[in-house]
Design a protein around this ligand. Structure first.
Ligand code: NDP
Length: 449
């Protein structure tokens, strides 16, 4: 049995109850064999056994009072995964599905993603099984305050710097920051994705979605192609999806779809950005509102999706941008996309494609940008926010956006060159995993046990 197989099999026995974490580990470890063969010291230093185990996992009770005066109890977590190359960095997710396995999958991915950015940031992730949907403004505020009342003792500007993720946007980051400041009397860049009024960075809101499009452009340029004039399918209707659509228009492409947990919109005229932003950023409403406001659009609820599939991927497109959540694009979806001529998939969400869907894209030889490379623009810009906070400066939108663009190009180059170095040109899964891993592994070796 190979080193990788032994580690994976051990984890399967130990963490059988965390299938999503095992999926993420398998995806990474399977592609590391060539670098492990060339560097036997990694096995000697037990790098795989160490890198799959978080340095620290904090779990805590979050108790708060709702608008009816009732006591509510949620479960909160912070997984401090790996700090070999910098302070822990990664978002907070508030969603009823959150558990330790999901946060371990996200934190594990974050190690390699953060390393790939070329910046000095370690990997972490956190969140709670709190559902912000249907909660009043004051309930969201009280929950955020209760959550931070425990988390504050474990984080800090040079220790662990959380940001947003599903269910945590600028509003939640503001409440979390306010509570941190109250409890610690310290005004520091302990969170990113902050409001511009108190240390936020211009272009952070846009960064993940814009970055996914920049990454797609880099992949296509490598083949002498471009997004200009092309039709695109986007899933999700949150932070990442909205700014992915916005950037697609800016580069001359047309996003035809968006989706939320209840259904999807197909708009043959192209998604109307003013309407989308109004519904999702201002009203925080369902996409059913979109068809009330835009006559060209068609709404399909989730219960009318083809059996076991995501209807977004049935819309013929040149490029697909999954920007909602994990495992939202399976093998059958991949087959339909390929049959309809899709040439490019750039992942805005974390692990949106199942392992067999990824293999189908690689086998077809289309441009496939895995999440840890294609969506790294968010965390990279978070690090730019940390740099601005530390130097008490704020940079212009253009300056941050230019740096983001350059970082995304560098990530593509690094993944593409590494894939070539290990004999599989074009396999950006392998390239991104090895490039991200190598830096962290070498730092771990150098820092001793
Ligand atoms: P948001 O909460 O802003 O939006 C999430 C969107 O996805 C919403 O439209 C939501 O619909 C939809 N969604 C969530 N769960 C499901 C589901 N189970 N089925 C269908 N749709 C679903 O989150 P973000 O846009 O920030 O995050 C989206 C993805 O991008 C996540 O995978 C996240 O980890 C990843 N990511 C985010 C980064 C960031 O900077 N924000 C950085 C890197 C990655 P509804 O509102 O109905 O729940």
């Amino acid at each position: 049995m190979s080193y990788v197989q032994r580690v994976v099999s051990n984890l399967q026995d130990k963490y059988a109850y965390e299938p999503i974490f095992l999926q993420a580990v398998q995806e990474v470890l399977q592609s590391l064999q060539p670098v492990l063969d060339k560097n036997p010291q990694y096995e000697r230093y037990k790098i795989l056994e160490r890198i799959v185990e978080p340095e620290r996992t904090i779990s805590f009770r979050v108790q708060w009072i709702d608008d009816k005066g009732q006591i509510q109890v949620n479960k909160g977590f912070r997984v401090q995964y790996n700090s070999a190359i910098g302070p822990y960095k990664g978002g907070l997710r508030f969603h009823p599905s959150v558990n330790q396995g999901i946060l371990k999958f996200l934190g594990f991915e974050q190690i390699f993603k953060n390393s790939l950015t070329g910046l000095a940031i370690g990997g972490g992730k956190g969140g709670a099984d709190f559902d912000p949907k249907g909660k009043s403004e004051t309930e969201v505020m009280r929950f955020c305050q209760a959550f931070m009342s425990e988390l504050y003792r474990h984080i800090g500007a040079t220790i662990d710097v959380p940001a947003g993720d599903i269910g945590v946007g600028g509003r939640e980051v503001g409440y979390l920051f306010g509570q941190y400041k109250r409890l610690t009397q310290s005004y520091e860049g302990v969170l990113t994705g902050k409001n511009l009024l108190f240390g936020g960075s211009l272009a952070r809101t846009e960064a993940t979605g814009y970055g996914a499009v920049y990454f797609a452009q880099s992949m296509l340029e490598g083949k002498g192609q471009s997004l200009e004039g092309k039709k695109c399918a986007v899933s999700g209707a949150g932070n990442v999806a909205i700014y992915c659509c916005e950037k697609l228009y800016q580069v001359g492409a047309t996003p035809l779809t968006v989706s939320d947990s209840r259904g999807m919109i197909y708009d043959p005229e192209g998604i109307n950005m003013d309407v989308l932003k109004q519904i999702k950023e201002v009203e925080r409403e369902s996409l059913t509102r979109y068809v009330e406001l835009v006559s060209s659009a068609v709404y399909t609820p989730v219960n009318e999706y083809p059996d076991g599939r995501n209807a977004v991927w049935s819309v013929p497109c040149y490029a697909a941008f999954p920007c909602a959540t994990q495992n939202e694009l399976n093998l059958e979806d991949a087959r339909v996309l390929l049959a309809n001529g899709c040439q490019c998939v750039a992942e805005g969400a974390n692990m949106p494609s199942t392992l067999d869907a990824v293999h189908a894209f690689l086998k077809a030889g289309i441009c496939y940008g895995p999440a840890k490379a294609a969506n790294a623009g968010g965390v990279a810009t978070s690090q730019l926010e940390m740099a601005q906070n530390a130097s008490m400066q704020s940079w212009s939108f253009e300056a941050v956006d230019n740096k983001l663009h350059e970082i995304m190009r560098n990530i593509y180059m690094s993944a593409a060159e590494t894939a070539k170095e290990f004999g599989e040109p074009g396999n950006l899964v392998m390239g991104a995993n090895i490039a991200g891993f190598r830096k962290v592994a070498n730092a771990m070796v150098a820092q001793g046990v």
